[in-house]
Design a protein around this ligand. Structure first.
Ligand SMILES: [Zn+2]
Length: 255
């Protein structure tokens, strides 16, 4: 599968997931219409479907405009049938979807919203605003427990899984991560690479799951350094995975 990244709005990413054998493609999270349609034309692909990870406007804002010009299937979680414009294929955990000859799998990962899903095609994971490179989405509709379960599901994927998330937030996420784990050398090294990429105007997405597990504080509820830091700030906090995750999320909300 070939992945085309499309920068949209201020810091969003939409994607084209293309079956190289047939030219069939899916559009992931089109927040805008025109730049996506232009890219479909440029790439000379046959767009068959829109895959929405969740209902937020900056992931679905292009649905209506694209559907005015082309007839596509629209996938999204079944609980969001009222919130995803043009939905024709409501999906749930474990469903299989096909793009040309490529087969993908749906993961139900609530927390950022109640109806959030991810789509996995081979190594390519489209995870919207649940797992970010070096971060995770805010808990707008779900609980910390739900989000932690969702992140555990993604963390269990193979180490070489490529994390294609919904935003270019890596640098700011790493700044926050360094406040909790200044002694994590992998984290410091990643920050150097990411700064250099941003200065050169390059995208820092995707990253591998291995990199995320080593440096993303929202996947590191077992890190001794993070727990030590939280204990200093909140002496009464119990340091189980949910409370570590929830506290790190609260600190990020205030960062
Ligand atoms: Zn969102």
């Amino acid at each position: 599968m070939r992945i085309v990244q499309i920068p949209l709005l201020r810091d969003n990413y939409g994607y084209l997931a293309v079956c190289e054998e047939t030219g069939a493609a899916a559009v992931v999270d089109p927040s805008e219409t025109d730049p996506v349609l232009e890219r479909i034309d440029q790439e000379k692909i046959d767009a068959k479907a829109i895959l929405n990870t969740h209902h937020h406007r900056d992931h679905t804002g292009g649905n209506a405009g694209i559907l005015e010009r082309r007839k596509l299937d629209v996938y999204g979680h079944k609980s969001d049938a009222q919130r995803i414009p043009g939905i024709t294929r409501p999906v749930d955990e474990g469903d299989e979807i096909t793009v040309g000859k490529e087969r993908g799998r749906v993961f139900f990962i609530p927390g950022h919203t109640t109806g959030h899903v991810a789509y996995l095609f081979g190594k390519n994971l489209f995870c919207g605003d649940t797992l970010f490179t070096a971060g995770c989405g805010r808990l707008f509709e779900g609980t910390a427990e739900q989000m932690l379960d969702s992140l555990k599901k993604l963390k269990a994927l193979p180490a070489d899984t490529l994390v294609y998330c919904g935003h270019e937030y890596t640098e700011n996420n790493l700044k926050f991560a360094l406040t909790l784990e200044p002694g994590n050398r992998k984290l410091a090294q990643r920050m150097e690479r990411v700064r250099a990429a941003r200065e050169a105007g390059r995208s820092t997405v995707p990253a591998t799951m291995a990199e995320e597990i080593e440096t993303n504080p929202f996947l590191r509820w077992d890190s001794a350094e993070i727990k030590d830091n939280l204990r200093k700030r909140f002496p009464d906090l119990s340091l189980n995975p949910v409370s570590v995750f929830a506290t790190v999320r609260q600190l990020k909300d205030q960062f």
